[in-house]
Design a binder for this molecule. Structure first.
Ligand code: NAD
Length: 249
């Protein structure tokens, strides 16, 4: 029986690399993206199903999970990855931009969990990985609202790790630094000229695969260029109540 994976933001960058990796390993993929042409193209390449939809609506996640069930009869892995950067400047506040980034980066993840968990349960368990960011762990003053959205999804992962573990579902997040995808295209020249190393989308995709099979629910994998991904440990506060062993440091 093939593993069935649902990936949001799958037409480009990290999501597309995850789709290619999972499909190469034999998984059946359900790919979701706002970019209909891009997601259809990738679905043809990897042999999966696709849906052009906006993850900031509840309907998108509902339809994607329904597609997974109709087409493949089950769901094992969910990668909640769709995201945008460029939150509003707080000194020249644009409410529409604020709602948009919160809608994609937070609502999209919440709706994906809400829609995905029942089918994961009916499939006997599985795993959810959220693409957060290093900006979900540190204060990135270049984009405070983006930073807030990524901290929010890290909080969701930590809070759900215990309850979902009881349902045989692991949930975790990857927290990558700057990655060479269209999301950072405008700043790429600056990074290159400063000799600042960037991750590749496939570096992050490899970490997503690791996170799917992490021993502990609630694992937050920090992904940085030239290093193995490492689980982030909060100091001085309790970890997720998973009933699993406490972190050693
Ligand atoms: P990307 O722009 O290459 O890919 C993002 C994909 O999400 C695109 O295909 C886009 O069409 C899709 N998308 C955007 N809004 C959507 C919506 N409302 N509904 C459905 N799909 C939507 O960027 P990426 O770098 O691969 O980003 C993937 C994730 O990684 C994002 O959550 C981003 O915040 C996170 N991230 C990126 C970096 C980086 O430096 N590139 C670093 C850390 C975290």
């Amino acid at each position: 029986m093939s593993t069935v994976a649902l990936i949001t933001g799958a037409a480009s960058g990290i999501g597309a690399s995850v789709a290619r990796r999972l499909a190469a390993g034999g998984a059946k993929c359900v790919l979701v993206d706002l970019d209909g042409e891009g997601v259809e193209r990738l679905a043809k390449e990897v042999g999966g199903a696709w849906l052009a939809a906006d993850v900031s609506t509840e309907q998108a996640s509902h339809d994607a999970v329904e597609l997974a069930e109709e087409r493949y009869g089950r769901l094992d892995l969910v990668h909640l990855n769709a995201g945008i950067a460029g939150g509003p400047d707080l000194a020249a506040f644009d409410p529409a931009r604020y709602r948009k980034i919160v809608g994609v980066n937070i609502d999209g993840v919440v709706f994906g969990v809400v829609a995905g968990v029942p089918l994961l349960k009916r499939s006997g368990g599985g795993a959810i990985v959220v693409t957060a960011s290093l900006a979900g762990l540190v204060g990135f003053d270049g984009d405070p609202v983006y930073t807030m959205t990524k901290h929010a999804v890290v909080g969701l992962v930590r809070a759900l790790a215990g309850p979902l573990a009881k349902e045989n579902i692991r949930i975790g997040a990857v927290c990558p630094g700057f990655t060479d995808t269209p999301l950072v295209a405008d700043a790429k020249e600056l990074f290159v000229s400063a000799g600042f190393p960037l991750l590749t989308a496939d570096d992050v995709a490899a970490a997503v695969e690791t996170a799917f099979y992490a021993e502990d629910s609630g694992t937050l994998l920090v992904v940085q260029p030239g290093r193995q991904p490492v689980p982030y440990r909060y100091a001085g506060v309790p970890g997720p109540a998973t009933g699993q062993r406490p972190p050693s440091s």
